[in-house]
Design a protein around this ligand. Structure first.
Ligand code: ZN
Length: 202
């Protein structure tokens, strides 16, 4: 499956001058919501991810996603795995599990994002599952930005990867883009201004 081509075909791999949530600048930006706006594509990607997870032999009782980014990917993955789906959301900056969701004591949870960058939100959701008595058995995402290492690759994770090394990260693709600090960005030096997608109505 050519995930990069699917992102391109969905206009979800943006090219320009972007300010990432880390504060760094980049020429590329992934807008996963655009890939997932077609439910058929979402289903296709989630089924491929589910195959990988099943092949690994780990047991999963439920998927939990951090809102908002992980919701669609997580729901599609839970459908493909035929397990329950819950989500964690931020309330006053603090990730929490609400809405009457009950974490099954000793239940095996897979944490699903759309894209894993450093894995910060995924880890916060995992901590909530564990605080409620669930067991986190791994992480999943449609794509991995190259800070963390997906299952089957032998690279060392970058220092800012927040996901625990002992748990698998399942992802369909690595998207590793060059990034620049704001004060050393060649795109800024060329005179353009970085913007954060989502902050200008897109
Ligand atoms: Zn820049």
């Amino acid at each position: 499956m050519d995930v990069e081509q699917i992102y391109k075909d969905s206009d979800a791999l943006l090219e320009g001058h972007f300010k990432l949530s880390s504060g760094n600048h980049s020429k590329y930006y992934l807008q996963s919501a655009k890939v997932l706006e077609d439910p058929k594509t979402a289903k296709l990607l989630a089924e491929a991810l589910a195959e990988q997870i099943k092949a690994s032999g780990i047991k999963v009782d439920a998927v939990c996603s951090p809102a908002l980014g992980g919701l669609i990917a997580g729901f599609a993955l839970a459908t493909a795995l035929d397990v329950k789906f819950i989500f964690a959301e931020r309330v006053d900056g603090q990730m929490s599990i609400r809405r009457g969701f009950e974490v099954q004591k000793g239940g095996k949870y897979l944490i699903c994002e759309d894209i894993i960058t450093t894995g910060g939100s995924a880890l916060e959701a995992a901590n909530q599952v564990e605080a409620a008595g669930g067991e986190v058995v791994g992480y999943a995402a449609l794509a991995n930005r190259g800070f963390c290492v997906r299952s089957g690759c032998n690279d060392e994770p970058k220092q800012n990867c927040k996901l625990p090394k002992h748990l698998p990260l399942f992802a369909l693709e690595d998207f590793t883009f060059e990034m620049y600090s704001a004060d050393n960005c060649p795109l800024c030096k060329d005179g353009s201004v970085a913007y954060k997608p989502g902050s200008r109505g897109n």
